[in-house]
Design a binder for this molecule. Structure first.
Ligand code: ARG
Ligand code: ZN
Length: 887
């Protein structure tokens, strides 16, 4: 696009072919090229005529010239994969020579400055397996428009800065589609003759087209209501395919919790008379915040004690809250363009995180968030797909719904909140929402609003939005004559699009403890904003133990070599649970990294120090009250986290080191783990709360350690747990323990599970995942067999994620086998999937892209498969990922 400017510097009017290329998925789009829309559309009336043979769409738009737009006056309407029937301006049908129709756009060269535009077209939801636009999921027709799915429904400026008020009329067969839904209030409904009926919806809020939604189907429903602080009665409805209603209560309760939390915390009240959620089985992502009509993946709605684990209950609660919070951060104030995605996602994830912290155990909830950053975001930031929280360019927007935009974006907001202080931050968010209500704005607008309200200077801080990569900090200390000097340095490695990095503005929390574990002085937050800085602290009797980056105050990697003894001390008495856990992780990592390095170099394994076992012993002797924290502290760093400590991971050395340490701990503390297990066994019916889910975590952890050494009696014990459990959490704990143990107990539990849950596809995903992640010599043949199994369905993203994701992420030894067959299997399936669902295929390709992070032969074998993919005819989605991997 930048190349479109001619020599005189003026933008000339692009030809239809160029326009087409611009909107075609194969062209790179740049943030710097933003131009306001030439036309605005104030009102949209959509009419859907749903037939078995296809859906007729008639759109009528009130269009006017945008007074803020300069330059070319052509009206560009995005659209693809549909059949155009007619175009009319102010009721007059246009001849084919009065507009240009390309594969991705319809352009009207010089329309009037204000007019009514009518477009009629036809779409084919029955054959839409990309799950974007209007598509079928089981018995339900539903839509997914973010980011640019609306242009698969009708010709329209598919960009978030065109905001309109929508009226939607739906007509369909009354038996097949008794429930008809669209955004806003139902203002009319009735009989349409010939066994058909219709409904008309009006959404009073202007919105971008990505928030449009329509649902038609034969649906079951649960209903509740919520009265807002100012007394508005909100009708809450949750729809799903018949027979699933009894799995929806937790989602409904979570919605009400979220509504109350947003009122209590931000003073934000819901703004329509109804809030409708529809759960569908085929969905590419978790959920979608369409105004007043959320569409959810069933995986983020269904939760019943016997079908869902504690983890699922928490996921449902958090995703329901996330989508609800979008009603303000996303819908009332939306994004100007897709480069600004983190404006709504980073802020909404941050709000979701705070909500989760308020519902659960604060320390452990935060630990989960930190783990996600370290284990998922850091690898993205250090790999071929690294990009800033506000990306500079993209080929396919759907590839940028990333952990960086979402979770790192939330960490950036968290740093602002910390610098401002809680109340000032909440006020600043209110200021931002008031100032920009009803507008489509930028991340810069948000930062300015933060500065205006809090008085903070965020000038340098803005680099967190602009620069990719994870800052590396080193901390060194000098102690003499009662004085402590702390020196911090920062540097950020080059990322694919940015070789030079400027210093970030980084809050680093610090606390100090004496040898008895008593705090020395107040905790501090150092502000590191240069490449190198030094601080002095006076008045010590002895050198204190430092707890640095406490609570993970910034998304950075900290190198601060601490002795095992210091780490054991912090693990025992640091007052911040996140830091206690972090000290335990560092203690384990010291050993794991040394051992993995030795194994990788074919040297004898490195043994764990006595300090590590002593620390575990005292932890077990005086465990924290928060049981989930105990479980976290006894969980070894994941393979990914260990691998992150190396430039190139030797998967087998890392796995070997982790397994060896786990077994060594299990052997030394077998009796204590048995005691722990028995003390934490279920003693009453399932309840999802902090205490009970913490107890279950410790129980599962003890089983897992005992299974790691195939302790005497563990198989029968696990089978008994499986048989007696009244809930899925304990059942999965038992199955997890049995997974890699061959023999009768495993077979019986797995067989029972497959029979018992045969009619519950989401539960069978757990079974698929277990099968795919089982360590066995013929793991690849097993996965290939499951791909042909009737329980698997290639067109359903949840099934694909369970089987292929479960294999590639959960079965390191098979996926990374030196013969490269694991990579080949994945590449085979990516090619097959790319023709049906490019979004999902691209996500899987992301597993092969970071080949440079793996030692050879693995790295080279991954690259071979990438090269093979690159030689095929790929979608823009998958093509972009593969190209990044090979660049
Ligand atoms: N806005 C949704 C959420 O975070 C995600 C939608 C993503 N859709 C997509 N096609 N990438 O709640
Ligand atoms: Zn979101």
């Amino acid at each position: 696009l930048a190349a479109m400017a001619d020599a005189s510097g003026h933008r000339r009017h692009p030809t239809i072919q160029e326009q087409d290329d611009m909107t075609a998925n194969t062209q790179r789009k740049y943030r710097a090229d933003y131009q306001p829309p030439a036309y605005l559309i104030d009102d949209v009336a959509l009419d859907f005529d749903i037939r078995d043979t296809g859906t007729r769409v008639r759109g009528q738009y009130q269009v006017r010239r945008n007074p803020d737009a300069a330059g070319a006056a052509a009206l560009q309407l995005d659209g693809r994969d549909m059949q155009l029937h007619s175009v009319a301006i102010d009721g007059r049908a246009l001849g084919a020579d009065e507009y240009e129709l390309g594969e991705h756009a319809l352009v009207i060269a010089a329309p009037p400055s204000q007019f009514s535009l009518t477009i009629e077209n036809e779409i084919d939801p029955e054959h839409n397996l990309a799950l974007e636009g209007l598509y079928r999921s089981g018995d339900i027709l539903c839509t997914q428009c973010e980011a640019t799915g609306f242009s698969r429904i009708t010709y329209f400026p598919d960009r978030p800065d065109v905001m309109s008020r929508y009226t939607t009329r739906i007509e369909a067969d009354a038996d097949q589609y008794p429930v008809l839904l669209a955004n806003g209030n139902c203002v009319e409904s009735g009989d349409a003759g010939a066994g058909r009926h219709y409904a008309v919806f009006e959404d009073p809020f202007a919105k971008p087209c990505y928030l449009f939604a329509l649902v038609a189907g034969d649906l079951g429903m649960i209903r509740d209501s919520y009265t807002t602080a100012s007394g508005r009665e909100v009708d809450l409805r949750l729809y799903t395919e018949h027979g699933n209603e009894d799995q929806c209560d937790h989602a409904m309760a979570s919605l009400k919790q979220a509504m109350a939390w947003d009122e209590d915390t931000y003073g934000l009240e819901y703004d329509l008379d109804s809030y409708v959620t529809v759960a569908v089985g085929s969905f590419n992502m978790g959920a979608m915040e369409n105004k007043g009509l959320n569409v959810f993946n069933t995986a983020c709605i269904f939760a019943r004690a016997d079908t869902a684990t504690d983890g699922d209950f928490a996921l449902v609660r958090d995703v329901v809250a996330h989508e609800y919070f979008h009603n303000y951060t996303g819908n009332r104030v939306t994004c100007r363009d897709w480069f600004q995605l983190s404006l709504k996602e980073g802020l909404t994830v941050y709000r979701e995180h705070q909500f989760a912290i308020d519902q659960g155990s604060p320390g452990v909830t935060r630990i989960g968030q930190v783990r996600t950053i370290r284990e998922v975001q850091f690898p993205e930031d250090g790999g071929p797909r690294a990009h800033p929280v506000r990306p500079e360019s993209y080929v396919e927007m759907n590839n940028f719904y990333t952990i960086t935009v979402y979770e790192k974006g939330a960490e950036v907001i968290r740093m602002i909140a910390q610098m401002a202080g809680r109340d000032a931050f909440l006020r600043a968010v209110r200021h931002y929402l008031d100032k920009h209500d009803g507008q489509a704005v930028t991340i810069e607008d948000f930062v300015v609003a933060m500065e205006e309200s809090t008085g903070l200077d965020l000038d340098q801080f803005r680099r967190w939005y602009a620069q990719a990569g994870t800052p590396r900090l080193t901390l060194t200390t000098e102690f003499d004559q009662n004085q402590l000097r702390v020196r911090l340095t920062q540097s950020t490695p080059a990322t694919p699009d940015q070789s030079e990095k400027q210093p970030f503005d980084i809050p680093v929390a610090l606390a100090m403890f004496d040898a008895q574990g008593l705090p020395v002085g107040e905790p501090q937050v150092l502000r590191l904003n240069q490449a190198e800085q030094q601080w002095q602290f006076d008045g010590f009797d002895a050198q204190p133990t430092i707890s640095a980056l406490r609570g993970f105050t910034a998304p950075v990697k900290l190198d601060y070599p601490q002795s095992d003894a210091e780490l054991a001390r912090l693990m025992a008495f640091d007052s911040d649970p996140v830091s206690r856990w972090d000290a335990a992780q560092a203690l384990y990592l010291n050993t794991l990294v040394a051992d993995a390095r030795a194994r990788g170099a074919d040297q004898p394994p490195a043994a764990a120090p006595q300090a590590l076992f002593d620390a575990i012993e005292s932890l077990l002797a005086t465990p924290p009250d928060d049981r989930a924290l105990l479980a976290e502290m006894l969980t070894l760093p994941s393979e990914t986290r260990i691998g992150e400590q190396f430039d190139a991971t030797d998967v087998f050395a890392v796995n070997g080191a982790r397994r060896a340490l786990k077994q060594e701990i299990a052997r030394r503390f077998t009796g204590l783990f048995e005691t722990l297990r028995d003390a934490h066994a279920a003693s009453g019916p399932y309840v999802f709360d902090v205490a009970e889910s913490g107890r279950r975590r410790v129980f599962a952890l003890a089983l897992d350690y005992l299974a790691a050494i195939d302790a005497p009696g563990i198989r029968d014990h696990a089978l008994a747990v499986y048989n007696d459990a009244d809930n899925m959490t304990d059942r999965m704990a038992a199955l997890g323990a049995l997974r890699d143990l061959t023999g009768d107990a495993r077979t019986r539990a797995m067989t029972d599970f497959a029979e018992r849950w045969a009619d519950y596809p989401l539960v069978m995903d757990k079974w698929l995942r277990l099968q795919a992640s089982t360590r066995r010599d013929d793991a690849i043949a097993q996965v290939r067999a499951l791909l042909e199994d009737a329980r698997f369905d290639f067109t359903n993203p949840n099934r694909v994620r369970a089987l292929l994701g479960g294999f590639a992420r959960g079965n390191g030894e098979a996926f990374h086998h030196a013969d490269g067959q694991g990579y080949q299997l994945l590449a085979d399936e990516i090619l097959r999937l790319d023709r049906l669902n490019p979004q999902l295929a691209a996500a899987l390709a992301g597993l092969l892209a970071p080949w440079r992070r793996y030692a050879s032969p693995q790295g080279t074998a991954m690259r071979e498969q990438l090269t093979r993919l690159a030689a095929s005819d790929l979608s823009a989605n998958t093509g972009e990922i593969v190209a990044a991997g090979l660049a």
